[in-house]
Design a protein around this ligand. Structure first.
Ligand code: DOR
Ligand code: ZN
Length: 414
């Protein structure tokens, strides 16, 4: 049993809390707050095929250091995870890596929708968290850009009541823009090539297909005001659609290209300050259902290549909680809302069984984001040098206490 004494809960009440564990531990929780551990429903831990960017050891360490004890991993691997055999091989690799490192992270896998392997989906319907479909191309070779095949995927998901999560950017618009716009190596061109209309058009179609087939649809990393308005209206009509927002779109905008160059190259791209505000509004009126980091690590060497050769993506699993706690301290949202966005809404939408994992946070701890404290193999962050107030100090997963943060050594007596 782990007993945490005098710890604040999210509603501010102070209590002693007992947690099931093989260990016998007493933790002085004074000055700390206990929250449910986070679920990150959108990570790319790069196994198999890109272990130089991340493995399940480095990825899981980053997750736990960020108060995350459950992740949903994406299928754009090398080779992409689009068959029952590949899914099972991937699950086995993950199990081995986590066991070798003795890290009890909870994980779920997406299968990728691929036009040549649509019949594989039903074979793994009880082993996956959902189907991921790329309506626009991104890292990897997954892409379904014609409406006919897209509709087939909506039908399959509806038939087996599987969640269909989509990367909604219209490939034809991106390609037209690539032809039309004068090439440039200025990373800011990324938001012009992958323009807002590409996202709006894809979201419009995804909503239409979900409405027609009664598919349980998730729009991943929603980034524009117009998409949010479409989604708000669809929800009012009773369409089964759920919306993810990413910290990168909530806390950064296009101005980040000036400071970060290609590091800020992500799909969908960063948008305007107005879109950022629209995302915060959509959090408050429940148009946004949950937050996923879209942890998509690439090495610094890869990101420092010229714009047209640099991959899109950025790490993030360790930063979601500190960013949200800092936002709470600024009065932008409540702790109750953080718990909904990072845990309870995700449990409901994906029908997960509950667990006791928690994260202890120091709501008043002020610290600057140091790359040295980040556990991802990426070795950089879009949020480095930001000074944030509110940090996790320990994550408790399946009764195991993982001390985290720069002061982990001082707190080792916890
Ligand atoms: O920026 C992104 N990076 N967006 C994606 O859709 C994929 C991801 C990756 O895997 O690198
Ligand atoms: Zn992603």
């Amino acid at each position: 049993m782990i007993t945490i004494k005098n710890v604040a809960l999210s509603d501010g009440t102070v209590r002693n809390v007992d947690l099931d564990s093989c260990a016998q531990r007493h933790i002085d929780g004074s000055g700390l707050t206990l929250l449910p551990a986070l679920i990150d429903p959108h990570v790319h831990f790069r196994v198999p095929g890109a272990e130089h960017k991340e493995t399940w050891v480095s990825g899981a360490q980053a997750a736990l250091a960020g108060g995350v004890t459950t992740v949903f991993d994406m299928p754009n691997n090398t080779p992409s995870c689009v068959t029952a055999e590949r899914l099972r091989q991937k699950a086995q690799l993950i199990k081995e890596q986590l066991q070798r490192a003795a890290i009890p992270l909870r994980s779920y896998l997406y299968i990728g929708a691929d036009r040549n392997h649509l019949d594989e989906i039903v074979k793994v319907k009880n082993e996956i968290i959902g189907i991921k479909m790329f309506m626009g191309s991104s890292t990897g070779d997954l892409l379904i850009d014609d409406e006919h095949t897209q509709e087939q995927v909506f039908q399959i998901a509806a038939t087996y009541n599987l969640v269909l999560s989509v990367h909604a950017e219209e490939e034809a618009i991106i390609r037209q823009n690539q032809q039309r716009i004068k090439p440039s190596l200025d990373p800011a061109i990324h938001s012009i090539i992958r323009d807002r209309q590409a996202a709006i058009t894809a979201v419009e179609r995804a909503i239409r297909l979900a409405e027609k087939h009664r598919t349980k649809l998730v729009i991943l990393h929603c980034s524009t005001k117009e998409e949010l308005e479409l989604l708000r209206r669809a929800k009012r009509r009773g369409v089964r659609v759920y919306v993810e927002a990413c910290p990168r779109h909530l806390f950064l905008d296009e101005s980040a290209y000036q400071t970060h160059g290609n590091l800020a190259k992500v799909n969908p791209p960063l948008r305007s300050a107005t879109d950022r505000l629209a995302l915060w509004e959509a959090i408050h009126d429940n148009t946004v259902d949950f937050i996923g980091s879209d942890h998509s690590p690439h090495t610094l060497e890869e990101k420092q290549r010229p714009y047209d050769q640099a991959p899109a993506g950025a790490p993030g699993v360790q930063m979601t909680l500190p960013l949200l706690l800092d936002a709470c301290n600024h009065g932008w949202l409540s702790l109750k809302k953080v718990i909904e966005l990072t845990r309870t809404n995700i449990e409901k939408i994906f029908k997960l069984s509950p667990n006791d994992d928690v994260v202890l946070v120091d709501h008043k701890l002020r610290r600057t984001v140091e790359v040295a404290d980040l556990r991802s193999k990426a070795g950089w962050s879009l949020f480095s040098e930001m000074t944030l107030t509110g940090w996790p100090v320990a994550t408790i997963i399946r009764g195991n206490i993982i001390e985290v943060g720069a002061d982990a050594c001082q707190r080792a007596t916890l």
